[in-house]
Ligand binder design. Structure first.
Ligand SMILES: NC(=O)CC[C@H](N)C(=O)O
Length: 302
């Protein structure tokens, strides 16, 4: 496995220097784009890694999977009255569908959907951002994981688009809590900093029928696990989800910090990170590395 990761790293490194680090969050715009790490957590909980796999980075939208998991715990199938399960085919921060569809976002992974999920998490916990932080601490086994306040505040200061979505949903009565409070908590969970190794470990429950491989804790039921993986496969990479399914063939979730996590059910969870993004806001090197990985080994859910 170590040789395989080294080979993938070498092959995908030719794409380093292409793409652009996220500019719309000023605190992310200064990250060194040449970093690149990869980590795998296998079915026995053993981890393998190569490159910058122990460098913490801003997980951004990867956090939407953790928030969704917590909301599924607390609210069960009720969630699906307030958010859909269809791919949007549009950029993650698009507003256009939201008015047409009466304030019901297409899925939990576009920003509007994640904001509704954050609103649900807000209703369930006294300190929602700490609930998500503590959840990833348990999942990864690292009690030092923290929120980068500078990044969260930088995003809050530039919140106009996300605020517009949240207020629009409030106007359709699909928002229960104070919008500004939910926005701050949403940005704080996006600003969690984790490494590739920690993310590969944290996602092991999605590769293991809902049970965290490291501590054998049940996180989701088998049915819910299947549902989260299906949503990741159809919507995890926004308007690149179709191409990712076609070329990689795994459920995946990306973030504008440059991380991508993917699941091979029953086999492993993998995380790649390289900060420069392609035009759809997904890690350019990360997508290439996932393609190389699945070309080397015939892993696909299709
Ligand atoms: N795709 C992403 O990672 C987007 C998350 C980012 N926090 C935002 O709301 O814009």
């Amino acid at each position: 496995m170590n040789d395989l990761l080294k080979q993938i790293h070498e092959e995908a490194s030719v794409f380093l220097g292409k793409g652009q680090v996220a500019q719309y969050i000023p605190a992310l715009a200064t990250v060194d784009p040449m970093q690149f790490g990869i980590a795998i957590c296998d079915a026995n909980g053993k981890t393998y890694s190569y490159g910058d796999a122990e460098t913490p980075f801003s997980i951004q939208s990867i956090s939407k999977v953790f928030s969704l998991t917590l909301a599924m715990h607390m609210h069960g199938d009720e969630i699906w009255h307030r958010v859909g399960r269809e791919p949007s085919g549009l950029p993650f921060n698009s507003l256009v569908q939201l008015e047409h569809e009466q304030g019901i976002p297409r899925n939990p992974f576009i920003n509007a959907g994640a904001l509704v999920i954050s609103d649900m998490v807000e209703s369930s916990f006294a300190s929602p951002e700490l609930a998500v932080r503590d959840f990833v601490r348990t999942l990864s086994g690292n009690s030092e994981i923290r929120i980068d306040r500078k990044i969260a505040e930088s995003e809050y200061a530039h919140r106009a688009r996300n605020a517009a979505m949240a207020y629009l949903m409030q106007s359709f009565e699909n928002f229960n809590n104070d919008v500004e409070k939910v926005l701050m908590n949403y940005f704080s969970t996006c600003a969690l900093k984790m490494t590739c190794v920690e993310l590969a470990k944290s996602f092991s429950y999605l590769a293991n029928k809902g049970v965290n491989i490291t501590n054998q804790q049940r996180i989701l039921t088998e049915r819910q696990t299947k549902q989260v993986n299906a949503l990741m496969a159809t919507s995890g990479l926004y308007d690149e989800a179709g191409r990712f399914a076609f070329e990689v063939g795994l459920p995946g979730k990306s973030g504008v910090g440059g991380g991508i996590v993917a699941i091979v059910p029953g086999v492993l969870s993998v995380c790649v990170w390289s900060p420069a993004l392609n035009a759809t806001g997904n890690s350019l090197v990360g997508v290439e590395a996932m393609k190389i990985l699945t070309n080397h080994i015939d892993w696909s859910v299709y």
